[in-house]
Ligand binder design. Structure first.
Ligand code: ACO
Ligand code: ZN
Length: 170
């Protein structure tokens, strides 16, 4: 392992191959290059990478959606959907995923006006469930058979109100 210092910075097109490589190494949910570039073009501020030892070792990418709140009944709002987050195995447990998520949450709220963040996670994925729980996410729904292998997902969400920088009337 190298230095424990890392920098969170925005995704760039030249990062595509490395980010796709990390995704394939870390998760069974994989995507086409067009999918990544589409997310980047539409929501560049919430597509972030963590650079350590001169290489990207983690990423988070999100989509901003208008839909019903996951937290408040009958409340139509703007949500930040975390599509994927991953950190390379030898760089885990240093707070990198927490920092990627915190940075994406701040941008989702301040730049895109999102009032909530949500995601889906395998019910067997204890590292990720612990990460989100520690960040204050709560389980909002169980999505039966959500994954290709039939596994259920927890949908988890967290309010972004109280985050700084957003003062428009929503
Ligand atoms: N076991 C138990 N708890 C864990 C673990 C683990 N292996 N890893 C993280 N946590 C919890 C701990 O509470 C940890 O705090 P602590 O280290 O002070 O105890 C907290 O999460 C924060 O951990 P970070 O260091 O910020 O997380 P890390 O950078 O290690 O990345 C991640 C966590 C992204 C889940 C990583 O393990 C990973 O890439 N896993 C494979 C890909 C994956 O599952 N991604 C999420 C899928 S869901 C989605 O993308 C929406
Ligand atoms: Zn707000």
């Amino acid at each position: 392992m190298g230095s424990s210092e890392y920098v969170i910075r925005g995704f760039q097109r030249t990062d595509l191959e490395r980010v796709m490589d990390i995704n394939v190494k870390c998760l069974p949910e994989n995507y086409s290059s067009l999918f990544y570039l589409d997310l980047y073009e539409r929501y560049p501020e919430t597509f972030l990478t963590a650079v350590v030892d001169d290489q990207i070792q983690g990423y988070v990418m999100c989509r901003i959606e208008r839909s019903l709140s996951k937290l408040k009944a009958l409340h139509f709002t703007r949500l930040c959907h975390v599509v994927s987050v991953a950190v390379m195995p030898s760089y885990r447990r240093r707070g990198i995923a927490t920092d990627l998520m915190e940075a994406a949450m701040a941008k989702a709220h301040s730049t895109y006006g999102a009032s909530e963040i949500f995601l889906e996670v395998r019910i067997s994925n204890l590292p990720a469930l612990n990460l989100y729980g520690k960040m204050g996410f709560t389980k909002t729904r169980r999505l039966v058979g959500y994954y290709m292998n039939g596994e259920d997902a927890w949908e988890m969400g967290k309010s972004l109100e109280g985050s700084k920088d957003w003062t428009s009337s929503q």
